[in-house]
Design a protein. Structure first.
Length: 296
């Protein structure tokens, strides 16, 4: 038989079962992971869902059953909490305090973080270590000197006094986030700015601060949550003027000596949490980028 008459037979290709088994294991592992995370998520959000459910129930029916969806929602709880319990006034106070304190903290921590991240000076690492140690200092240890200082300035009971108390702390976490983010930016930006004749402030405000949008959004979220939910400082500073209470203190006022209106308290708590959740959902992408950039 000549070569031209040779019949070429197809060679059977046997599929390797290993990739199929590996993909099957990955799918099973992913399903188990998703199932566990789903259960954890449901447990995590159940208190918030229960609070929203209790906010539309009559006060006597909150603990009567486990049903989360009421047969007849009582939206009047929100009206009572907003008007009769002065939650509307406390909401405005909290917005003013959180917004102004957030602006002050972003301004102070960004400039200090820029210096710590970009410049070297004697005692720098000792200062960073000292600031890191302040993270473990409980707020209760500082409330007495803060109260004495605000009283000496005749600002006790005022919104401006609460703003100074909220924004005048070290804010170590926010400061270190800015420092870590500015540290990893290239030096070529500074060199180009010096060639163009830009000074310290112009270099910071026109070049570095616009580049720090992710970490700025992170600091905005952290400071807003801290100022919005802070309880001890507004409680101490508004004892003489209840009309300047914040939402956290206002919700606590629902706790009576003989009777607690849990329905109105749940409605007020829902009003308190919703703005924070909306802001976080709006800035969550920048929040993740800011944390990742600062750690890098």
């Amino acid at each position: 038989m000549t070569a031209s008459e040779t019949i070429t037979r197809p060679v059977a290709v046997v599929a390797d079962p290993q990739p199929r088994r590996r993909n099957r294991r990955v799918r099973v592992r992913n399903l188990i992971t998703y199932a566990i995370l789903t259960v954890v998520c449901l447990v995590w959000i159940y208190p918030f869902v229960w609070m929203m459910s209790a906010s539309v129930k009559p006060n006597g029916m909150i603990f009567s059953g486990l049903a989360l969806i009421p047969t007849k929602p009582f939206w009047s709880n929100y009206v009572d909490a907003w008007t009769n319990a002065h939650i509307g006034l406390y909401f405005i106070n909290t917005v003013i305090i959180a917004a102004v304190a957030m602006i002050i903290v972003v301004g102070t921590t960004s400039t200090m973080g820029y210096v710590l991240g970009r410049y070297s000076f004697p005692g720098k690492w000792f200062l960073v270590g000292l600031l890191g140690a302040l993270v473990f200092l409980p707020q209760g240890y500082t409330i007495i000197p803060i109260f004495d200082l605000i009283t000496a300035l005749h600002l006790d009971g005022s919104l401006f006094g609460i703003i100074l108390s909220e924004s005048g702390a070290a804010h170590v976490l926010q400061l270190l986030l800015f420092a870590g983010y500015f540290r990893q930016l290239p030096k070529e930006f500074e060199e180009s700015a010096k060639i163009d004749g830009a000074g310290f402030y112009r270099t910071f405000f026109t070049i570095y601060l616009p580049l720090a949008k992710p970490v700025t959004a992170t600091v905005i979220i952290l400071q807003m949550i801290a100022s919005w939910n802070d309880f001890l400082i507004p409680l101490v500073l508004t004892l003489s003027r209840p009309q300047n209470r914040t939402l956290a203190v206002g919700v606590y006022a629902f706790q009576g000596e003989n009777l607690t209106n849990y329905a109105d308290m749940a409605a007020a708590s829902t009003i308190t949490l919703l703005p924070v959740i909306v802001v976080f959902l709006f800035l969550q992408r920048y929040f993740i980028e800011g944390i990742a950039g600062a750690v890098k």
